[in-house]
Design a protein around this ligand. Structure first.
Ligand code: C2E
Ligand code: CA
Ligand code: CA
Length: 738
């Protein structure tokens, strides 16, 4: 295709005016017939299975044949009437090409959320409005005469162009996932084609058109690009969505809105056709509706978020709320002391088993009521599990915490009468103090829990945590020593879990998860040693080891033509180093890796702990091209406003939201709105903890970008992942599920 096209362009640049049999005849026709032939080869290659490929081939053939007729007539120096049979061929192109675009775009109209459909409509109408302005003179001229076949045909061209451009921009703005990696080639090809049409129409209208100018090559270039797209997308077989597409889509609808506004402003200065004004008006109305709906979604989202933080039974905050609020309270009370109390009812299981869940539930509700009566308004009371309550007391020392515990026990000592039965509820309370026993919720809860067991065991009612309660204290020390050794003797290994692109089924990224090949205890999972590493200040070294290994592996994959992006988890403590961005860049350069090969997974905790600092570090990292992902999204409480201001690319929705999706419509609704929210902030959404096909499909339907979970694959060693990927590819190629 390239050779004749090059020849044609050269010929057009050299010769002037006059019809030239070689340039306008041979090259002019060949540069359209060959792309049509390329399309037919693609049709043959796909065994007529892809209707859009067939439609495109027919469209190209129709146009090329029309043009051949036109050229042959000119070559024979015959007068060409208007309309002529050539116009049949030319005009045939448009409906067939629109058919191709319809087949490509239709998936998303059914499946995508309203926001994307609106986005598409805004894109479409904006483009149409601009074109309507450009085509104003052409349309106006033809509508004045009496209706005839000639006028109808003449008007058909610009109207078809309008539809074509509207369809392309509509698909681009609503980000047709089906157009795939080479979608831009198709879009550019068709836009060039339509542009040639528009310029041609303007020249003909003003009597300036002459054959044999570079304009004539416009159609050939457009058709060649369409053929390139068909050929490429058929060869690639699966359509891959580039990461940048989301941003492009945003830009398209944004630009369209501005274009609509521009057309209206223009309309106040010069005469602009009614059609253009109507289209531009519609663009602005739709854009306004879109903004309004997005706002409502945000409100609904925060409502759902509140619901997800509340325990239904007691109306108290739940575990999630405790985890998200306490860090802020701890940070706020920096210098002061505070206490975390963990309450567990004694023999509650007996009540539940002998008197039934209904009575059990009512008892819990009553306990919740009594507890809250004893507390100050700024104490935080949460129900964190079956019969477990946690209380965070700000500005409280040990004596005060014990006093509160006594008061609470007294309040519960009074029997609760339900259905004529007086129930005696005893409670065991464990107390952990900050900062003495820990500086974060997780550790405080663990220690309060140990203290609570001690209290329960000793039937003492309450107990304040002491180091000695850490029954595994000695073992901890030994493990810590071993961990120090493990870090320098290569005992840490990485497993990788694939992130699947939901739109295409492709895998372009994996998450690296650390494991410890312990010489005596076998393979240890992170939950057994990361808290220890964190406490002992080893996190910085551990992250370095993990990062090095992950990047080595990424380089190995790249060398085998398998460019996977690796995601590495960074704890808050390993991120605070100011030299981190420079160090990571150096590590990438050492291995000849582009920055896009790495994603950092950070937690909301890090974002919230020191927002301005997080922002600076993340900006540096992201500025260098590394992607930033917010892990366990939803468990903390990063406010939506914060997210908008942060340099991040991706949200990883926590598994606690994803797992219940299959059988809890409320959870599914929350996830769906979170996805919409993420997209409206221009962020990619990844769901983790996908354990079933039902959840996988629900996520795909909601427009989630990527999914990770046991349903697809557990985290596995790199060699196993290679096998998994090969298998995954064959399965995908044969069109089976996943
Ligand atoms: P995470 O970052 O949230 O990682 C995902 C965890 O969810 C992994 O547990 C993974 O095995 C698990 N998971 C994946 N799919 C499913 C699923 O379908 N169902 C269920 N139930 N779980 C699933 P893992 O490997 O035990 O890691 C636990 C946590 O340890 C990670 O949570 C991360 O916070 C931390 N971690 C792991 N490796 C590193 C590391 O190299 N550095 C740091 N700082 N933290 C790490
Ligand atoms: Ca992670
Ligand atoms: Ca996670």
């Amino acid at each position: 295709m390239g050779l004749p096209l090059g020849g044609y362009l050269l010929g057009l640049a050299l010769h002037k005016g006059e019809f030239n049999p070689i340039v306008d005849g041979w090259f002019g026709t060949l540069t359209q017939l060959i792309p049509a032939a390329v399309c037919w080869m693609a049709v043959y290659r796909t065994r007529f299975r892809h209707i859009h490929v067939l439609l495109a081939a027919l469209a190209m053939t129709s146009y090329a044949l029309g043009n051949t007729y036109y050229v042959l007539t000119l070559a024979g120096s015959l007068a060409l009437p208007f309309p002529s049979p050539a116009d049949i061929g030319y005009l045939g192109f448009y409906p067939l090409m629109l058919g191709t675009l319809f087949v490509l775009g239709r998936f998303q109209v059914w499946d995508r959320s309203w926001s994307m459909v609106l986005e598409g409509a805004v894109g479409s109408l904006g483009a149409a409005a601009v074109l309507a302005v450009l085509l104003g003179p052409v349309l106006a001229l033809d509508s004045t005469g009496p209706p005839s076949l000639a006028t109808a045909v003449a008007v058909a061209y610009p109207l078809f162009d309008l539809l074509l451009v509207a369809a392309i921009f509509g698909i681009a703005a609503s980000q047709s996932l089906m157009v795939g990696r080479f979608g831009a080639v198709l879009a550019i090809g068709l836009v060039i084609f339509a542009a040639a049409d528009v310029i041609y129409a303007q020249r003909v209208t003003s009597g300036l058109y002459a054959i044999g100018t570079p304009l004539d090559a416009g159609w050939s270039i457009g058709l060649t690009l369409v053929a390139v797209w068909i050929d490429r997308s058929v060869r690639a077989d699966t359509a891959v969505k580039p990461a940048g597409l989301r941003v492009t889509a945003f830009a398209v609808s944004g630009v369209s809105t501005v274009a609509g506004l521009g057309v209206l402003v223009l309309g106040t200065q010069v005469r602009v056709s009614m059609l253009a004004l109507i289209l531009a008006g519609l663009v602005l109305i739709l854009a306004a509706i879109r903004a309004q709906l997005a706002f409502r979604q945000l409100v609904r989202m925060s409502d759902l978020h509140r619901q997800s933080r509340t325990d239904d039974l007691t109306g108290l905050p739940n575990r999630r709320a405790l985890y998200s609020d306490v860090p802020g309270l701890l940070a706020a009370g920096q210098a002061g002391r505070s206490a975390l109390l963990l309450l567990d009812l004694d023999r509650f299981k007996e009540v539940n088993d002998s008197l039934g869940h209904d009575i059990g539930d009512r008892l819990l509700a009553e306990v919740g009521r009594r507890l809250s009566q004893q507390l100050r308004t700024d104490d935080l009371l949460a129900r964190i599990g079956g019969d477990e309550f946690a209380i965070f007391l700000d500005n409280t020392d040990q004596d005060q915490a014990v006093a509160v515990a006594l008061k609470l026990r007294a309040a519960l000592a009074e029997p609760v009468t339900l259905e004529g039965i007086a129930l005696q509820t005893d409670v065991s309370i464990g107390i952990a103090l900050a900062p003495d026993h820990g500086g974060d919720v997780g550790l405080l809860l663990r220690r309060a829990d140990m203290a609570m067991y001690k209290a329960k065991f000793a039937r003492s009612g309450h107990h304040v945590y002491a180091r000695a309660d850490d029954s595994r204290g000695e073992e901890r020390l030994r493990t810590l020593e071993e961990l120090r050794i493990a870090l320098v003797t290569d005992q840490l290994i990485l497993h990788y879990q694939p992130k699947i692109d939901l739109a295409t089924g492709d895998v372009n990224a994996v998450e690296a998860l650390v494991r410890w090949k312990h010489p005596g205890r076998g393979l240890l999972y992170p939950d057994t040693f990361l808290p220890l590493a964190e406490e002992a200040g080893l996190m910085h070294d551990l992250t370095n080891v993990v990062l090095g290994k992950a990047l080595d592996q990424a380089a190995a994959w790249r060398a085998h033509n398998q460019p996977l992006t690796v995601a590495v988890n960074f704890s808050a403590s390993s991120l605070i180093n100011a030299d981190l961005p420079a160090r990571i860049s150096a590590m990438l350069v050492d291995r000849g890796l582009p920055p896009t090969a790495l994603t950092l997974e950070i937690t909301e905790e890090f974002l919230m702990a020191d927002f301005p600092r997080a922002r600076v570090i993340l900006s540096l990292l992201r500025g260098s091209g590394i992607q930033i992902s917010v892990d366990d999204f939803g468990t903390g409480y990063s406010s939506l406003a914060y997210l908008r201001d942060l340099p991040i690319d991706e949200l990883k929705l926590d598994k606690s939201f994803v797992m219940p999706m299959a059988d809890d419509p409320r959870a599914a609704a929350l996830v769906a709105s979170t996805i919409v929210l993420a997209h409206s902030l221009g962020l990619r959404m990844v769901a983790e903890g996908v354990e079933s096909e039902a959840v996988y499909n629900a996520l795909a339907r909601s427009g989630c970008d990527q999914a990770q979970g046991y349903y697809m694959s557990r985290p596995i060693p790199a060699t196993e992942l290679d096998r998994w990927l090969a298998n995954h590819r064959t399965v995908a190629a044969t069109g089976l599920a996943l």
